[in-house]
Ligand binder design. Sequence first.
Ligand SMILES: [Cu+2]
Length: 141
Amino acid sequence: MNSKRVLSLSLIFFAWIQAGCTGGEQSGSQAKAQQAGNFFLSVNTHPMPPEVGSSAEVIATVKQDGQPAKNCRVRFRQYMPGMEMSSDKTYFDMVQDGSTGVYRARGGEFSMGGEWVVELALDCNGKSQTVKFPYRLEWPQ
Ligand SMILES: [Cu+2]
């Protein structure tokens, strides 16, 4: 490949990353958002919605009193509310993108179709919240 082609490919890749991975309010109607106490959370997944048989990356934009919540421990777990599974209490620690209040981590496999909850646990400046985001996963055709 010549360098022009490499450059244009990397620009396309970068644009794709930008479009798909920013999470938060910018990513359109697919993000789910909730207020919890003085926190505001906007959550997206990759893929959106998650798919049966694979894991998903979860991206959370966290604000506290309207400001990006930079100094938080953010974790999530994923479980099916209708059934006990061995993975129910496995937490995934989310890593912040710089100091933006955007946190992300890849979770475990969504092993079945049906109702799932992605529950985020926030620990920010001495305040804690858990916030549940429901997802309905379709069995693959
Ligand atoms: Cu199940």
